[in-house]
Design a protein around this ligand. Structure first.
Ligand SMILES: Nc1ncnc2c1ncn2[C@@H]1O[C@H](COP(=O)(O)OP(=O)(O)OP(=O)(O)O)[C@@H](O)[C@H]1O
Length: 661
């Protein structure tokens, strides 16, 4: 099995680090494959108590570091330097985001690798050292921080609160600062380093971290990353942890400590913001601008203390949260001093995984440990997708939106992932997918099941060699051929009962392993089923809400329509009455004129007698009455507009009636 070719879609370079085991009398289940002089890339595992032949699992990694590997070997051998170079963006190039994470079973050495111990620095401290060392005089001058801060804050899209390191440390440690946080000699000399400071008594003042008390080894003074000579740099750090799928700021703890303060912790949202509509960011973090390595280390220690304090409530022996330390490298052209561009290097100490089966049998603790296992399970799915893709299968979509952890780890992993959202770019600095390094830690004599599970999903490639169990026919045949060909006794040793028994047993063990996988899958199925049911329930609720809303809107529309109709009706009646009045008036005038003109005519000819006049008028009256009756009949049952037209006609008719005689 050759090391897998690295396609551009790779989420991670995956390194394996083996730790010197503290299980002194346990059996070793993991072996490193050594080929020639080159660094090893493959390991094999088999269950420790298994003396018989069985399936051997082989895994490929970018590189394997054996027990004797020192912290500095990890730093120089895992490509952390290219990560640093990426965020610095040398030679006027845009910076590139980076991710460095550790994954492993509880106690396998994740924290040791990434954050170090009392006596040794971890990858984080060495990274910070090299970063500040490389930037050197290109960093914003400490005396200018106050004036530069607003422009740096303006370059932030995450609704954060930006503080200078001195302001931050002052707010965290108050009057222990008097004497200046840089004057180490004046700090009361406690032999404890902050790494050792345990949870604080309620109300006690925190112990100020002292850089001089922090490990100075390994020394990376001679390591330098290329920088952009025409640029000015500013370093901004932030820290948070993901616990129970919720994000908590580690640099903005509520005052005081202990349980009460912990309960006050407010989770932050991972969301798009006004200035970052296409890309989710952890919104509302407190960020600290650091102008020196010492400042950055003190901020880091402060956050680590907070993580320890927060963690003691659940389990003191192991990191129950995923710790994120984020170094933002801000860069702008020294000459023009325009806007700052940002590249981020995220360093992640993942929570220790527990075996799914253990969590399952524990039952009640499943919910508590569930979130860690669940998030690591989703991480496993994403990583598995990587190795599937590498095996030349179709390009699977990495399902990174399943939980906070994978979203935080992978949202930057795809070329301009803003196209996933709205199809237009926002940050020029995010055009390249991030470069990511995963260091998997393992104890070769530790828990076989837990370790093998992690190796299975983190390895870049995996191969299982099951010893071939020849079929009965082929065994007989090979025997027959051997007999027929040579005429001697059966040459194949495979047909002896003990060998067959051995093979059967190895098959049996493979079955056991597969059964374990089935168990894990069953647990996943249960979790998925719960999620589906929850989704269905909320879908149903949403549907009901929509229905109620529709009903309400319908009702409102109906009422409005009714009101309008009534209004129209009133207006029309008004117009009708007005028109009727005008007609009456008109009619009165006509009658008036007619009466007067009629009188004149009569007097000019023979004046009619009163009786004659009466008879005439009565006839006319009769005729008019009939006409009105006819018209009224016609009027019945006509629409308003028609009636209006009829009204005019009636007027005309009346005029005619009066004119004709
Ligand atoms: N490569 C190593 N060399 C020497 N000591 C180591 C090494 N790796 C781990 N250790 C020691 O083993 C102990 C446990 O390691 P560590 O705390 O790093 O485990 P972890 O994987 O972070 O565990 P958890 O998930 O519980 O946080 C520590 O005391 C650490 O110093």
């Amino acid at each position: 099995m050759e090391p897998p070719p690295k396609p551009s879609t790779a989420l991670f370079d995956v390194y394996l680090r083996l730790r010197p085991s503290h299980h002194t009398n346990a059996e070793r289940f993991l072996d490193v494959e050594r080929r020639d002089q080159t660094a090893p890339t493959h390991i094999t595992i088999k269950p420790p108590t298994d003396h018989r032949k069985r399936a051997v699992e082989k895994f490929a990694f970018t590189r394997v570091f054996e027990e004797d590997a020192a912290q500095l070997d990890l730093f120089t051998g895992t490509g952390v330097l290219p990560l640093i170079e990426g965020v610095l963006g040398p030679d006027g190039r845009p910076g590139r985001d980076g991710l460095l994470a550790t994954l492993g079973v509880t106690g396998s050495g994740k924290t040791h690798t990434i954050l170090g111990s009392r006596s040794q620095r971890g990858l984080t401290q060495m990274t910070l050292d090299v970063l500040f060392n490389s930037i050197g005089p290109l960093a914003v001058d400490q005396s200018c921080i106050g004036s530069v801060l607003p422009s740096v804050a303006a370059s932030d899209v995450s609704e954060s609160q930006l503080l200078p390191a001195y302001g931050f440390l002052d707010s965290m440690y108050g009057d222990t600062m008097s004497g200046g946080y840089n004057s180490r000699a004046q700090t009361p000399s406690r032999a404890q380093t902050p790494m050792m400071v345990g949870p604080h008594m309620p109300g006690s003042r925190r112990q100020m971290p002292r850089p001089s008390a922090m490990p100075q080894y390994p020394d990376v003074d001679d390591v330098n990353a290329p920088v952009d000579r025409n640029a000015e740099y500013a370093i901004v750090v932030s820290m948070y942890e993901v616990y129970n799928d919720r994000i908590f700021d580690l640099l903005n703890s509520p005052p005081g400590s202990g349980k009460v303060a912990q309960q006050k912790r407010r989770p932050l949202l991972f969301k798009p913001t006004e200035q970052s509509p296409d890309r989710k960011v952890v919104a509302g973090l407190r960020k600290v601008m650091c102008s020196s390595l010492d400042e950055a280390l003190m901020v880091l220690e402060t956050g680590l203390m907070e993580r320890r304090v927060a963690g003691t409530g659940s389990n003191a022996t192991s990191s129950r949260s995923h710790g994120f330390f984020c170094i933002e490298v801000k860069k702008r052209r020294r000459a023009s001093r325009e806007h700052w561009s940002t590249s981020a290097l995220q360093i992640v100490d993942l929570a220790g995984s527990e075996r799914a089966r253990n969590a399952k049998t524990a039952g009640a603790t499943l919910a508590e440990a569930g979130k860690i296992n669940e998030s690591l399970m989703y991480l496993g799915q994403c990583m598995q997708m990587q190795s599937d893709n590498q095996e030349g299968n179709k390009q699977n979509v990495v399902p990174f939106r399943q939980c906070k952890l994978t979203e935080l780890l992978f949202s930057n992993s795809f070329p301009s992932s803003s196209t996933f959202h709205h199809g237009h770019h926002h940050h020029s600095s995010h055009k390249h997918p991030q470069k990511a390094i995963m260091v998997v830690t393992a104890d070769p004599m530790g828990d076989f099941n837990a370790t093998s599970q992690i190796l299975r999903y983190s390895a870049l490639a995996r191969e299982v060699t099951i010893p071939r169990i020849p079929s009965t026919t082929s065994t007989i045949l090979s025997g027959a051929i051997a007999q027929g060909g040579r005429g001697g006794p059966a040459a194949s040793g495979r047909s002896t009962p003990s060998a067959t028994l051995e093979e059967l047993e190895s098959a049996q063990q493979e079955l056991t392993r597969l059964a374990e996988d089935v168990d894990i899958l069953q647990l996943r199925l249960i979790e998925e089923t719960t999620r589906r049911q929850e989704a269905e329930a909320s879908w149903k609720a949403a549907e009901e809400r929509a229905e109620a809303l529709e009903e309400q809107i319908r009702e409102e529309c109906y009422n409005e329509m009714e009101a309008r109709l009534e209004e129209e009706r009133r207006r029309w009646r008004g117009a009708w009455d007005e028109e009727a009045d005008r007609n009456d008036e008109h009619l009165d005038k006509k009658i008036d004129i007619l009466t007067r003109s009629g009188g004149v005519t009569v007097f000019e000819d023979e004046p009619p007698t009163e009786m004659e006049r009466l008879g005439e008028l009565e006839d006319e009256n009769e005729a008019l009455k009939r006409k009105i009756e006819r018209l009224e009949r016609e009027l019945q049952g006509r629409s308003p507009t028609k009636k209006q037209r009829v009204l005019k006609a009636k007027k005309w008719d009346i005029e005619n009636t009066f004119d004709s005689p």
